[in-house]
Ligand binder design. Structure first.
Ligand code: NAD
Ligand code: WQD
Length: 371
């Protein structure tokens, strides 16, 4: 690489090739590729905003489409504050083909990371049509417009929920799939749609990333998870109890076949998850076709272990009450993340103490989220 630049300069034609040199540098710095201009759907949300930070810090150009149905534009302003870099933000619904197409025509897009979607299991049971409409139609519109504009690199936010109730743990990518609620099925259907797309057209490069349980926040305390209603997930609920917004945690079941009877999950720091997207983008540049990776730590922690870790990170006591099991919950779920390590060179580095400390910093500095 450097030899090539030197040759150009020594030939005395550096000026003429300035653009070429800059481009070569940009595309090869630190192992980066010619995938540089990244569009994030749902980029204002929890995982998307943290991924924006990682991409901007690595020199990528970042565009975001978000309809802000479950996020605030303030998250992106905070990302700009953290990184000192600009994001091109489009307040747009992914299901509006004309609006999305215009964004692709106005910009050079090399790859898309597709976070946009609705994600509450309970809400999906009450509103299946809304979930299928948003998640599946949004993805179809996106893929059609990508195809029409010749953009065929895609990273998709899938979920460990596609494994349903796993027969064995740790779960690897070849484990049987079978979700049992509309949210999970929407993820599974999208995985199948994207698989069909890659079979029909070998030019597509698609990474299906199956996230386990994302928690934590950026260490600055400037961005984090900001549920618009009562939190459904464990750690945002615990954070809101710690900050005094909720009175006590309800622990859903202590009679599972686990060491302390409470449910066991693979909690992964959102910054590790964000870094996994960077590795997936780098993988797409090698034209792999369709690839599927678990993004988890490989370790399982119980509800009570997470509560204890949060108490020591925050110095706050978390009052809790044992309740009956939550319908649809599974006892144990954790990843075998070795494929991502082998093929992406990615592993989760942060432990539960760091997850809890960062979640608490975000919650205590921003008790009402981005408001
Ligand atoms: P989030 O709700 O914080 O972010 C999703 C973003 O998508 C929001 O900003 C929302 O406003 C936007 N959005 C939704 N529908 C849209 C549409 N039609 N057009 C434009 N924007 C739209 O959720 P998150 O936790 O950041 O999750 C991101 C993705 O990862 C989702 O697809 C989710 O299903 C998936 N996922 C999340 C988890 C988790 O526990 N957080 C686990 C596994 C997978
Ligand atoms: C974790 C543990 C609960 C809340 C969900 C989705 C999954 C994925 C991640 C998107 C369980 C217990 C929880 C509470 C509790 N999302 N719990 N009291 O259920 O593993 O996964 O979010 O893809 O699809 O299903 O995460 O954080 O809700 O629960 O005791 O108030 O905490 O029973 O054992 P879950 P969770």
């Amino acid at each position: 690489m450097h030899q090539r630049i030197n040759e150009i300069i020594n030939d005395g034609i550096a000026g003429l090739f300035l653009y070429e040199v800059e481009t070569l540098l940009m595309h090869n710095d630190g192992g980066k590729t010619d995938i540089m201009n990244i569009l994030l759907t749902g980029g204002a949300g929890y995982i998307g905003s943290h991924t924006c930070v990682v991409l901007l810090e690595q020199g990528y150009h970042v565009m975001v489409i978000d309809n802000l149905c479950n996020s605030k534009a303030e998250s992106l302003k905070r990302v700009e504050k953290i990184t000192g870099k600009k994001i091109l933000f489009y307040h747009e619904d992914l299901r509006n083909p004309a609006g999305v197409d215009a964004i692709f025509r106005q910009n050079e897009v090399d790859a898309v990371i597709h976070f946009a979607g609705l994600k509450s299991v309970a809400e999906s049971v009450d509103q299946p049509l809304n979930y299928y409409q948003n998640n599946i139609s949004g993805t179809l519109v996106l893929c059609e417009i990508m195809q029409a504009n010749g953009v065929k690199n895609l990273v998709f936010s899938s979920s460990a929920t596609v494994y349903g109730n796993p027969e064995t743990v740790p779960i690897d990518e070849n484990a049987p799939v079978g979700a049992f609620n509309p949210y999970g099925r929407s993820k599974l259907f999208i995985e199948e749609i994207l698989t069909d797309l890659s079979l029909a057209d070998k030019a597509w490069n698609i990474a299906l990333l199956r996230y386990f349980n994302p928690v934590g926040a950026h260490p600055s305390g400037l961005i984090g998870e900001d549920p618009s209603d009562l939190p459904n997930n464990l750690m945002p609920y615990v954070s809101q109890v710690a900050v005094g917004k909720l009175t006590e945690l309800r622990v859903f079941g202590d009679d599972y076949d686990t060491p302390d009877g409470t449910g066991v999950r693979d909690y992964i720091h959102v910054m590790d998850l964000a870094e996994g997207h960077l590795s997936a983008l780098e993988k797409l540049a090698s034209n792999p076709g369709l690839v599927t990776y678990n993004l988890g730590t490989g370790k399982g922690y119980s509800v009570l272990e997470m509560v204890a870790a949060f108490e020591s990170a925050s110095g706050k006591q978390i009052p809790y009450k044992i309740m009956g099991r939550r319908p649809g919950d599974i006892p144990v779920c954790y990843a075998n993340p070795s494929l991502a390590e082998k093929e992406l060179g990615w592993t989760a580095r942060r432990g539960i103490d760091e997850m809890c400390a960062d979640a608490w910093r975000w919650q205590s500095i921003n008790p009402n989220g981005f408001v």
